[in-house]
Design a protein around this ligand. Structure first.
Ligand SMILES: [Zn+2]
Length: 252
């Protein structure tokens, strides 16, 4: 009787250990990284897939009046979970929500009323052309801005795609950005442009261009998240596949 119970215990323990092993094998090969905290202490979360020299960073929801941007990055995360060949031999860093405090509020700005996309330490200007473009009291005054800067410095991506709405175009910075935008345009059909049509002092794109990284601001149209995802899945895959020549700072 006793021996029987011991055997049962051994069998149960073996089943648990085997189950844990299987879980670690079949769970998505992504790591989750908290890379900072917002003004209201919400975690800023990045999801990292794969490894290799070809590193791409994709960020959503700088602005929460552009709700499809976070949804598209989340959809891309789920897609990569189930399509590991897409990131084999390359690294992909996804940040679905860059501005978590105002998520769901419909607001562009962060909890202190600052437009994060005017708060970067490149061509930053103290005066805003409108309240919604409030650049903050100083360059990188906001914790979300500083956290993004640290994340970029940590992973040194060759390419960055920042997702916004509603201008229906691929707004590029620098020669590498132009080539990245062209590669993505083949799949989403959006026009490419270096000029969004108004000044953007302290923008993330300007800051990233000065670091020599290929930069595209993906401006999706003012439509629902499902349509934006259908339009952009293959464009984002093209972005992560593109190889960048590091020494020349240009893309091939
Ligand atoms: Zn935006």
């Amino acid at each position: 009787m006793k021996r029987c119970k011991i055997n049962q215990l051994i069998r149960s323990a073996s089943t648990i250990v085997f189950g844990m092993l299987m879980l670690s094998i079949i769970s998505p090969a992504q790591t989750k990284e908290i890379f900072g905290y917002s003004v209201q202490q919400r975690p800023l979360t990045a999801y990292i897939f794969g490894d290799g020299e070809n590193v791409t960073m994709i960020l959503g929801a700088f602005h929460n009046n552009e709700p499809a941007s976070a949804a598209v990055v989340e959809s891309f995360r789920h897609y990569l979970e189930t399509h590991p060949t897409e990131w084999a031999g390359r690294k992909v860093i996804l940040v679905p929500v860059t501005n978590p405090d105002s998520q769901g509020s419909g607001l562009r700005v962060n909890a202190r009323g600052v437009d994060l996309n005017r708060n970067f330490p490149a061509t930053w200007q103290p005066a805003a052309t409108a309240v919604r473009y409030n650049p903050g009291p100083a360059p990188a005054s906001e914790p979300e801005t500083r956290a993004v800067i640290r994340l970029v410095e940590k992973y040194s991506p060759a390419k960055i795609v920042s997702i916004h709405q509603p201008f229906n175009c691929l707004n590029w910075n620098g020669e590498g950005g132009r080539i990245l935008a062209k590669a993505m345009s083949l799949y989403n059909g959006y026009p490419t442009t270096s000029d969004i049509g108004y000044p953007t002092p302290g923008s993330f794109g300007t800051y990233i261009e000065k670091k020599g990284i290929s930069m595209v601001t993906l401006e999706m149209p003012s439509t629902d998240a499902a349509t934006c995802w259908r339009q952009n899945r293959d464009a984002l895959l093209a972005a992560i596949r593109l190889e960048v020549k590091e020494s020349a700072g240009s893309t091939t």
